[in-house]
Design a protein around this ligand. Structure first.
Ligand code: TMP
Ligand code: ASP
Length: 235
């Protein structure tokens, strides 16, 4: 089943499978932040993120979103469609936080009247710079039509996720998505959806996401476990 290691990322290893159109994503017990500037082994993190991401992608598939998710195959691994990844981090913000608050000198937690979609160029050597649509066309990362699709799909996914997290009284502050081309050239949602790549605040303002690690606020697995248990209540 598990073939050669195709790529080793910060949070996942990607393996080939017997089917050239499928890959195995193995979630690691590793947390990083600031482009790997901060790195720690955290026992149990891989299992938690694989469970959370599998559960959310299953719900998205049920709702009709086109994703790379095939199935969860073990505690830490899932089978995914192989995609040609578009090197863009697509960030959607419902509230101000993180780099947005810093960049514009505003406090965290201000509700944006219309959610804002941002793009970052996925390139470690450049530290994933903030870019706009014109830069994306210059770099040949996506066409105007493709980018319009990615933006619209991201907003639809946001509406779906706001409802899902609303059911468990968590505020979805922001999140990051990645898209890729499947074997037929169609753009589908790829990567993962876990507290590693979103911000979730509870009603008391506690952070149930990777900010716990980035900012040294507590135990990462404890808060990820809370997110998983809450999600399991509604799915
Ligand atoms: P930011 O406020 O640091 O720009 O992060 C915005 C969202 O994107 C937040 O939910 C965390 C997520 N994110 C990633 O998934 N990967 C990254 O490399 C960064 C910088 C942010
Ligand atoms: N994902 C990035 C890293 O691993 C940054 C972050 O999530 O804060 O370094």
């Amino acid at each position: 089943m598990k073939g050669e290691l195709l790529y080793s990322g910060k949070a996942k290893d990607i393996f080939a499978t017997e089917d050239e159109h499928l890959i195995l994503s193995a979630y690691k017990d590793q947390a990083t932040a600031f482009n790997g500037g901060m790195k720690e082994q955290i026992v149990g993190k891989g299992k938690l993120n694989n469970q959370i991401s599998s559960l959310i992608f299953e719900k998205m598939e049920e709702a009709g979103f086109a994703t790379h998710f095939v199935k969860k195959v073990s505690e830490t691994e899932q089978l995914n469609k192989k995609v040609d990844i578009i090197p863009l981090e697509v960030v959607l913000r419902n509230y101000t936080a993180g780099s947005f608050a810093k960049r514009f000198g505003v406090s965290e937690g201000i509700k944006l009247s219309r959610p804002i979609v941002e793009f970052y160029y996925k390139k470690d050597e450049l530290d994933d710079p903030f870019i706009n649509d014109e830069h994306i066309y210059f770099l040949g990362l996506a066409s105007p039509e493709e980018l319009a699709y990615i933006k619209a799909e991201t907003r639809l996914i946001n509406a779906f996720l706001l409802d899902l997290f609303g059911q468990i009284d968590l505020t979805l502050v922001d999140f990051k998505l990645e898209f890729g081309y499947d074997k037929s050239g169609k753009i589908i949602l790829a990567d993962e959806f876990s507290p590693d790549n979103c911000r979730l605040w509870d009603a008391q303002g506690n952070r149930l996401d990777k900010d716990v690690f980035r900012r040294g606020l507590g135990d990462l697995t404890e808060v990820y476990q809370v997110v998983l248990e809450k999600l399991q209540e509604v799915v």
